[in-house]
Each structure stands twice: as structure tokens, then as C-alpha cells.
Write a protein of this length. Sequence first.
Length: 300
Amino acid sequence: MAKSTIAVIGAGGKVGAHLTRLLLERGHSVRAIGRTAERLLPLVQLGAEARLGTVEDQRFLATAFRNADAVFVMIPPSYANADPPTYQRRVAEAVAEALQEARVRHVVCLSSIGAERAEGNGPIAGLHRLEERLNQIPGLNVVHLRAGYFMENLLAGILMIRNSGINGGAFRADLPLAMIATRDVAAAAVDLLADRQFTGHTARELHGPRALTFREATTILGSAIGKPDLTYVEYAYPDTRGALLATGSSPVMADLFIEMIDAFNRGVIGARESPTTAITTPTTLEEFARTVFAPAFERH
């Protein structure tokens, strides 16, 4: 297979770092787009070309995209932003204009389950707008990967488990949710970016091997860290909002997260595709708990 040049937004993040490594392992050239040299340094050491700048800068992005065979796009999180919807719109517009200026023909977009809805889904609404904006670009072939709940999000519970002996959150304990490892999201993206056999505008959901409730997930995590009786406790929305503010989220972002969680809890958003039509992925939560969660728990 011919080697390609791929530009990756968010290369220093959870999905982007995995994706960049996979592309480099296959011999492709990667333009790693990020905000800080420190986050990109491990990828540069592996052979990536660092492109430092902000994704709100259309001119910077157009230069980074120019002559690329494909581009991986996303909206990097900005939890402390006082006006997240405006930030998301600025990024979506800058990305779209840069893609059009650079005449990029193939894009893989990191989206989310629930992005089919324009509102009432918290920060996912910004991904809906990104999808819609990319679909407006003449001649662009794009796949929107609507990923499930990242297993890595469960790492946020480590301090609670350490300090209180429980796991908890505002999600319903009995809510079945598609949970996926970020490395599997990257693996799905790398094949699309390298082969570029897709045309038009399509959206595909990314599921893990099976849906899990937070009660079930907590038992799996507990077993991996020697706490088989670990329990999951449901927290009220105001308590969760306070915890989000305490960990650096802006008030508006905290409200958006609560809106999103409530939409999941009420079944307004969730996995729509069946396991036979969605892209199912191999990493089980048991494997994630053993290889990622347990070592992280020990480091704390």
C-alpha cells in the first residue's frame, strides 16, 4: 500500500496519540497538530511532524492540511471555557474553511453517539454542528465516527475509590451504555484514513464488545484492583455539578454535562445502531481494567 500523509488534529489527546502511533507504525507521514510541544514530543520522537497552533486559527489549519491525503478532525475539549458552544462553533468553522481551502478530499471526524440530535444533548450538540458543517463542503468525503462512552473516562473515579471506597456518578446505575477503549477508536480511524475507500457523507457508531451498566462496570473495575465488592453510587445532579466545578469545568460546561447525562439517563440519546451494523471493537472492559485502570490505580 502506498504511504500517505495524514494530518491529525488533537494528536496529543487520548484518541489522537493512539492514532498517530498506529499511522507511524504503518509507515505513513503524520502531521501531529496540537497546542503544546510537550504533549507532542513523544510522537515527534517516533517520527511525527509537530504542527503547533490553535484549532480556532483557520490559516494555521489550512497550512497544516495542505497536500495531506487525509485529515482526522475533532473538537479538542476545553472544559474551562466560559462559552463552550461558541468555542465549538469557532472550531468547526475554522476546520471546515481550512479543509476547503486546502482542498482536502478525505476526512475522518471524531463525533459521538447522540450527535444525530441538534440540541438537548449537552456538548454533543457541538459535534452535531461539526458534522453538519463538514457535510456542506463540496467534494469532501467524510466519515463521522460516533463513538460510545470512552473507557478512559472511568479513570476519573480513582480518587473517589481511593478516598471513599466507592465509585459513583450521575449516570443511572442500571443504564446500559456502549463503552469503548480509545485505542479501538483510533484503530477504526486508521484503516479509514489509510485506505480512503469511502465516499460521500456517512456516520457510523463505534461500540465496544458489549453494552455495560455502570454497576457492572464498577464490579469489573473493582475485581481488577482487588476490591470485588466495590459499589456504584448514583449522585444527584447538583452534587455532580459541584464536583465538575471543583475539578475545573466552567459553570456553562458543567450545565452542559448534566444535560448530556440526563439525556442518556432518560433514553433521549444512546446507541442507535445494532451491534450488527455498528463498528464493534475488541477491547473488553475486563482487559482495560487489567491493563490500564489497575496500573493507574496503583500509581495513585
